[in-house]
Design a protein around this ligand. Structure first.
Ligand SMILES: CC(=O)SCCNC(=O)CCNC(=O)[C@H](O)C(C)(C)COP(=O)(O)OP(=O)(O)OC[C@H]1O[C@@H](n2cnc3c(N)ncnc32)[C@H](O)[C@@H]1OP(=O)(O)O
Ligand SMILES: CC(=O)C(=O)O
Length: 541
């Protein structure tokens, strides 16, 4: 029988204490909807006594019809020397109309003396008064014992008294917080076990990641008896962050024997992690466990060879179980197996023994040595494979291009490109201006191609990156140009390498256009059959 572990998400509160994370009320409401769909039990919306935004959140969240999640408010125990009934923070919690609240109180004598500047007895009274007050208003009360593990190590007797004060006042759950994030797994295990043997209400765990152990500490706390786990999506939070629920959930559910969410909801983890990164305006780390783009990306030839035989050889879980997917990267570290996998994706039949495959692998390794990086430019790689196997239709031939850059008297520069192409036996000469040489070339190329392939209007370049490959050569250095393009739906990346930045850009640009035309060949054939029935070569590769 699997035991239930309750999830308590604090992305909207502790998560926003992370540097660079700021969420509007609308952002918070969107995240709440997703967490409810995942099946998170508690969602801490914010601190009503902190700011008007959080107060507005608690007003508006009542309009959502949540299926699974309970919204909770956060706050501290009453101020030292005051009364709970008159405490502004506690009154704001009541005003927020939540049914559940988490209040934090000090469990470390050092903190009581240094941060609160009050007596140990008054702190226990603050905990007790605050819990009792909130309970008298009919709330479910979760008591977050701040700095519990440091407090336990410094003065176990006092740390336990803080917990008993909350329990005796009627708290429903006691959460042990590793607030400074420095506790080690074996300490967490021993201390949680001890506490679970001494209190009679549910015990929870709240870990920070300062020792990069927040996930491990949360898991071991559950094994030691904790039944509520607090954390954030993607591990956002104060300093180095909170325990990452996106990793905790599959570990508890797939590796250990606990239930947190319904089995089929595990598949939502990848999309929810991405969604929250997007809303929080954060770059998703590609190596994020379980859900990152690289979490199941295999690069070494040996690994790919084995994974193709059985995924378990280099994967700890199947990617689809958490909504992710397996990827194979191509680089100088590839073997034939990498090529086989990629070719399969494009419906090309490759034979490991075929000399063309061997030749292709050698070409890749030589090109990577020259500075190409195909794992970052899969569209260029696909073109290379198709060209090697003679299945690439060429759409235009470059005769020449010329670029004119003029510096005018008023400090401004003007740039113009002239291009001559052969497209379907016709010679086309176009000129265009741009705000730089690559932009002018792009415009001139499009002007020529649009006459034959109007579909080209649907695509544009969305990113252009240049990397100097050998800095010691200064302006004579080789450069790698990576271009990202999009048609509004798909994105693709292409690459060019040369000591001449214009040439490198041209190579990447031509690949980008060529790739788009190739991907839309059926449309081109359908709409302009008379213009595509010959095959012309572009000497780009
Ligand atoms: C471990 C955690 O993550 S706890 C959550 C931390 N998060 C935040 O602080 C974000 C939201 N905070 C805020 O908006 C503000 O700090 C407020 C509105 C809550 C308080 O603001 P201010 O009244 O200006 O106080 P300030 O932030 O400067 O100091 C905190 C006060 O709370 C007191 N305090 C700290 N912990 C507790 C506690 N558990 N119980 C009661 N009082 C506490 C401190 O002693 C200090 O009191 P002092 O001003 O008498 O020295
Ligand atoms: C309560 C809380 O956020 C902490 O102790 O880290």
């Amino acid at each position: 029988m699997r035991e239930q572990v309750f999830l308590y998400d604090t992305t909207l509160r502790d998560g926003t204490q992370g540097e660079g994370i700021s969420l509007s009320v609308d952002d918070k409401l969107k995240i709440v909807t997703k967490l409810d769909q995942l099946g998170v039990h508690y969602i801490e919306g914010g601190w009503p006594g902190s700011n008007p935004k959080d107060m507005e959140f608690f007003r508006r969240v009542q309009e959502l019809h949540l299926k699974k999640s309970t919204i909770t408010a956060f706050g501290s125990t009453r101020r030292s020397g005051g009364s709970a009934e008159n405490d502004e923070n506690l009154l704001k919690i009541i005003e927020s109309k939540v049914g559940t609240v988490a209040i934090f109180g000090k469990a470390w004598d050092f903190q009581v003396q240094e941060a609160l500047r009050t007596t140990l007895a008054e702190n226990l009274q603050m905990i007790s008064d605050s819990v009792r007050f909130l309970k008298s208003h009919g709330l479910e009360v979760i008591f977050d014992a701040e700095h519990f593990f440091d407090g336990y190590k410094a003065n176990k007797n006092y740390a336990m008294k803080a917990l008993f004060a909350a329990e005796d006042a009627g708290a429903n759950c006691i959460v042990l917080c590793d607030t400074n994030g420095g506790t080690l797994p074996h300490e967490i295990s021993e201390i949680v076990k001890d506490v679970c043997g001494k209190v009679h209400i549910q015990v929870g765990i709240h870990c920070h990641n300062d020792g990069e152990l927040a996930v491990a500490n949360s898991l071991i706390a559950v094994q030691a008896g904790a039944r509520q786990v607090q954390g954030t999506i993607n591990g956002y939070g104060e300093r180095c962050g909170n325990a990452n629920l996106v990793s905790i959930i599959p570990n508890l559910q797939m590796k250990l024997t606990y239930t947190c969410v319904e089995e089929e909801h595990l598949k939502k983890l990848t999309s929810i992690a991405k969604y929250v990164h997007e809303i929080a305006n954060q770059t998703a780390p590609s190596n994020q466990p379980f859900v990152g783009r690289s979490a199941f990306a295999h690069k070494g030839g040996m690994h790919v060879s084995a994974v193709l035989k059985h995924p378990q050889t280099y994967e700890h879980v199947l990617p689809e179980l958490v909504g992710n997917n397996r990827r194979v990267l191509v680089s100088e570290l590839s073997g034939q197996s990498n090529l086989m996998f990629k070719a399969q994706e494009w419906n090309i039949k490759l034979d490991k023994k075929d000399p063309t495959s061997k030749q292709l692998l050698e070409t890749i390794k030589i090109k990577e040595h020259e500075g190409y990086q195909y794992e970052a430019a899969e569209a260029s790689f696909e073109l290379l494979v198709k060209q090697s196997y003679g299945s690439l239709k060429d759409y235009f031939i470059l005769d020449y291009f010329k670029i004119f850059i003029e510096k005018n008297g008023d400090e401004s520069f003007s740039t113009e490109a002239v291009i001559k192409l052969c497209i379907q036996d016709e010679i086309i000469l176009t000129a265009a201006e741009g705000n730089g040489p690559v932009n002018a070339l792009d415009h001139a190329l499009r002007k020529a191609l649009e006459q034959f392939y109007p579909i080209i209007r649907n695509m544009h370049l969305s990113d252009y990156k240049v990397r100097v490959l050998d800095e010691t050569e200064a302006t004579a250095s080789k450069v790698r140009v990576l271009i990202e393009s999009t048609d509004g739906q798909e994105k693709w990346s292409t690459i060019g390498v040369s000591a001449n930045i214009i040439k490198a850009s041209w190579l990447a640009l031509v690949d980008s256009v060529q790739y788009y035309l190739m991907k839309n060949d059926d449309v081109i054939e359908l709409v302009y059959p008379q213009k595509t029935n010959n095959s012309l070569g572009v000497s780009n590769h």
